[in-house]
Design a protein around this ligand. Structure first.
Ligand SMILES: Nc1nc2c(ncn2[C@@H]2O[C@H](COP(=O)(O)OP(=O)(O)OP(=O)(O)O)[C@@H](O)[C@H]2O)c(=O)[nH]1
Ligand SMILES: [Mg+2]
Length: 384
């Protein structure tokens, strides 16, 4: 065994992953499993270099956290078959409880995603010109996410960009102990012509909280169009058929077309594991119904001082990119459906860069929702 271990020791400097794969051949999984706890203690006590390797950064990189999620077990191989104490702690999304402290922000020379900062007008025009292919239809976009993530602020930001002036229609709160938004509310946005509206609406809901927030069952009902406006969410009881706010006769415009998960990027707004579990549950229902899903990452200015100084740094920040990748791995939303935004929060006047970042997800949401609506039309609205 010693000679085998010295040969392994030689491998450790080349690549940690390769090292552990070699090690797994020496200690067969069956043998390891049968010894379990004893083996891990023996390994830690007898081979100090092994203990060091368990904690080393190379290991984390070799077994990329981006491949981990609640649905996917850790990378197969030696460690997939080990007792939990041998596994490095799973990084948690968006600065969750278990995440390691973020490293100081670093910057890329070139942005990893292109945004044309000078094309705000064409993006704005695209949104203004949007008309659903199906006559008299409107897109319904449901926002969900942790308490204080910026759901209501995002609706205000969209409305401000489209109206060309600062708007505060959805009430926003700065304390964020409990969800400030309590009622199910549909927000329409007026066009320039009086009494005409954009053909998309936003639904704001109570925030997700480990114990007190909106119930996942109520979100499921909302997705299917069964929740009437002004319903006050009750964290104790779900809405049920027969209640005055239960909509039994759903028409196509009541149903949701795009589900947007709003999450904060800053570490001061850490997301609890229980909230992540609820997001996953909501995503599962939405996936079964075929909804397009996006994530909107807010408070990016609070997450990174360089972004706060200049929003154009948004896709140069490796810190933010890692945050997005972690969230993507945690909940399964692909990176190209995750959009960082800076909501209007302290500003009193509009800013072109803020507008550009808000328009970026909005364009995509409209495209995804339009495709979904047409697809469902072809399937005879089969998700009631
Ligand atoms: N700096 C900064 N602050 C933001 C941003 N988005 C939201 N906020 C602030 O975060 C706080 C919470 O925002 P809300 O819009 O009320 O969050 P919410 O998700 O609607 O919260 P609940 O309704 O309580 O679930 C407010 O003080 C906002 O001004 C952002 O992008 N940057
Ligand atoms: Mg709110």
């Amino acid at each position: 065994m010693l000679s085998s271990l010295s040969s392994i020791s030689a491998v450790q400097h080349t690549h940690t992953k390769a090292f552990f794969e070699a090690l797994s051949k020496v200690f067969s999984p069956d043998n390891i499993l049968s010894r379990g706890q004893q083996f891990s203690t023996l390994a830690k006590n007898s081979f100090p270099f092994l203990s060091r390797l368990m904690n080393c950064q190379n290991f984390l990189e070799a077994y990329s956290p981006s491949t981990w999620s609640h649905q996917t077990p850790p990378t197969p191989g030696f460690f997939a078959q080990q007792t939990p104490e041998l596994l490095p702690s799973r990084p948690s999304a968006m600065g969750g409880k278990k995440s390691k402290q973020p490293e100081p922000p670093a910057f890329l020379d070139k942005p990893w995603r292109e945004i044309n900062w000078d094309e705000k007008q064409s993006d704005l025009q695209y949104v203004k010109n949007y008309k659903p292919h199906i006559k008299d239809r409107q897109l319904r976009i449901l926002l969900h996410g942790p308490v204080g993530a910026g759901k209501s602020s995002f609706i205000n930001s969209v409305k401000s960009v489209l109206k060309g002036r600062m708007c505060r229609v959805a009430l926003v709160d700065n304390t964020s102990h409990d969800s400030f938004t309590k009622k199910y509310t549909t927000y329409k946005i007026e066009k320039e012509n009086p009494s005409t509206f954009y053909p998309f609406v936003f639904n704001d809901i109570m925030g997700l909280d480990p114990s007190k927030g909106v119930l996942v069952d109520d979100i499921k009902l909302a997705l299917k169009g069964h929740v009437k406006d002004n319903y006050v969410f009750n964290p104790e009881h779900k809405l049920s058929d027969g209640d005055q706010y239960y909509n039994p006769e759903v028409n196509p415009n009541d149903k949701v077309h795009v589900l947007a998960c709003v999450v904060p990027a800053d570490t001061s707004s850490q997301i609890e594991d229980e909230v992540i579990r609820k997001v996953l549950e909501i995503r599962k229902v939405a996936r079964e119904l075929g909804f397009p899903q996006v994530a909107i990452i807010t408070r990016i200015d609070k997450a990174c001082p360089e972004i706060s100084q200049d929003l154009k740094n948004v896709y140069k920040s490796t810190y933010l990119k890692e945050k997005m990748e972690q969230f993507s791995a945690e909940v399964g939303i692909p990176m190209n459906c995750i959009f960082p935004v800076k909501n209007y929060s302290e500003e009193i006047d509009l800013n072109d860069d803020v507008d550009s970042l808000v328009l970026s997800p909005l364009r995509h949401i409209i495209d995804f929702g339009e495709d979904f609506m047409n697809h469902k039309m072809n399937q005879f609205e089969g998700y009631a």
